[in-house]
Ligand binder design. Structure first.
Ligand SMILES: [Zn+2]
Length: 144
């Protein structure tokens, strides 16, 4: 269900440039890690990057994630464990949040997403405008 995006380093540089960001080595590495992970907290990206050359601090990873988010390449997805996740797909879609593994995956159902948005938009109190609807389905693994 999860669609991983595979970009070459050159494509990543281009995407960063298209969003008005200079393709610094740190931004390239963090965005590359996010493309591999799909949804990840700053901690998870930090661990994914490991101890290799040009090791970044957790604070730097977080700052780079924020700049990628401000540029529209990522979107924040708060989770029920109160851990902040970042998502490489900024479009509106549903998520499964697995509470035993604290992991987030896409649950693509455009009809569900759109119908919930439409119902909410039709019933919003006057003076309010809908920003977005986050549908998060809470699950855990079960023994069959
Ligand atoms: Zn997603």
């Amino acid at each position: 269900m999860e669609e991983r995006q595979q970009y070459t380093e050159e494509e990543i540089r281009e995407r960063l440039n298209q969003c008005g960001l200079k393709a610094t080595p740190q931004r390239v590495r963090v965005y590359e890690a996010m493309c591999e992970l799909g949804h990840a907290s700053a901690d998870a990206v930090f661990h994914q990057l490991g101890d290799g050359q040009g090791k970044m601090t957790l604070a730097t990873v977080y700052n780079v994630l924020e700049s990628l988010t401000d540029a529209g390449l990522l979107i924040r997805r708060p989770s029920f464990s109160s851990k902040m996740f970042f998502d490489v797909h900024p479009d509106a879609h549903c998520h499964i949040y697995q509470q035993d593994t604290l992991s987030m995956t896409d649950f693509r159902d455009e009809v569900l997403q759109r119908s919930v948005e439409e119902r909410i938009r039709a019933q919003l109190p006057p003076g309010l405008q809908l920003d977005r609807v986050e549908i998060q389905i809470l699950c855990h693994a079960h023994e069959s």
